[in-house]
Design a protein around this ligand. Structure first.
Ligand code: KG4
Ligand code: ZN
Length: 333
């Protein structure tokens, strides 16, 4: 029985996993506390985590119908993320593990996103190519086995979700605007305007989204308020198309180059309707199987951290008493 804690950004999360059985998966979102600032404020996130973490852990135990004494392992996200936010989770996990005499394992947030694919209802097994696309990360990782990762590509600047959120903001939508942009774009014409696809001809599997965001900024400035208001849905659809096209093109190109017949998605952007439709079509026509975990396992959660912990050894005791957190790092390190 694993109790997992995830506090790397602005969601306070705890989950209890018993073998393959997810007994509780609690997420307390702080979005409304950050919305007025147009993005996550690290210090606000740390303070909210401090206020919420004990309540969220208690809720997970109640929902699972489990006593703290039954927990044999603690798993916690130690990297990458907002350092103050991570430290709240790490300190909590250490305290509970110490009090219960349980084992403790530090988990990479990215390995967690990948391991969401091993959970029910449709657990995947390696090898597969995993696209992690969220507000904080955009990476492509070839997973040869549960502990055998190869970084195939990553964003050189903004994450895909960040680009969608910033584009949404330029179009007057509230933070985080990814889902609202998706909804607005659904009634628009994606061929209305042309926005650049980052690193389209670079010959690698990296991404770049800062150029398309700047292109939207100048497009809106030059188009004039009246036209922008009238063609908002068309502009949203055209902008979203450029961001999603970069993801679809590079993932398919990477899968072909690796001769990989399975693609898995992770991160909040996997909820995007155009990404799901276009990647689905591309995969079907190429005989590639596409797996997308349920939305609550794609966005940040602690169930994915518990899932990843199943493939990791406990940190040695008493050395884990000095376990820290890191803002950077990712796979294996
Ligand atoms: O994984 P996640 O919950 O948190 C991070 O680690 O960032 O992902 C949140 C991101 C945000 O950028 C949000 O706008 C985006 O996922 N997102 C979407 C959609 N729903 C959420 N982006 C595009 N289309 C959506 N339908
Ligand atoms: Zn994440």
């Amino acid at each position: 029985m694993i109790l997992a804690i995830e506090t790397s950004c602005d969601d306070t999360c705890a989950a209890i996993l018993d073998g393959d059985n997810l007994l509780a998966n609690i997420v307390s979102s702080q979005t409304r506390f950050h919305a007025r600032y147009g993005g996550v404020v690290p210090e606000v996130a740390s303070r909210r985590h401090l206020e919420l973490i004990n309540l969220v852990v208690a809720e997970a135990l109640t929902v699972a119908g489990v006593e703290l004494g039954q927990i044999r392992r603690l798993a916690v996200t130690t990297r990458p993320g907002l350092i103050g936010a991570l430290l709240v989770g790490v300190a909590t996990a250490k305290a509970i593990a110490f009090a219960c005499g349980a084992g403790l394992v530090g988990v990479s947030h990215l390995e967690g996103h990948i391991a969401a694919n091993y959970l029910q209802p449709e657990p995947a097994s390696p090898p597969f190519l995993c696209l992690i696309a969220s507000g904080g990360h955009t990476s492509m990782i070839y997973v040869a086995a549960e502990r055998d990762f190869r970084l195939i590509g990553r964003t050189l600047d903004d994450a895909a979700g960040e680009a969608l959120d910033k584009g949404a903001r330029l179009l007057g939508l509230d933070y985080p605007g990814g889902a609202a942009l998706d909804a607005l774009a659904s009634s628009g014409d994606p061929a209305f305007a042309s926005f650049p696809i980052g690193l389209d001809r670079a010959g690698n599997f990296d991404f770049s989204f800062s150029g398309v965001k700047t292109a939207l900024y100048y497009y809106l400035r030059d188009a004039g308020a009246e036209m922008v208001q009238r063609r908002r849905a068309d502009i949203a659809a055209s902008y979203q198309k450029a961001v999603i096209s970069a993801l679809v093109k590079k993932v398919i190109a990477a899968a072909r180059s690796l001769n990989c017949s399975q693609i898995c998605l992770a991160g909040g952007v996997s909820a995007n309707t155009v990404l799901r439709r276009r990647l689905g079509q591309e995969c079907t026509s190429r005989g590639i199987s596409l797996r997308i975990p349920p939305p609550e396992l794609c966005t940040d959660n602690a169930a994915m951290i518990a899932s990843a912990a199943r493939f990791l050894p406990d940190a040695p005791h008493p050395e884990w008493l000095s376990m820290g957190a890191r803002a950077t790092g990712g796979l294996l390190v």
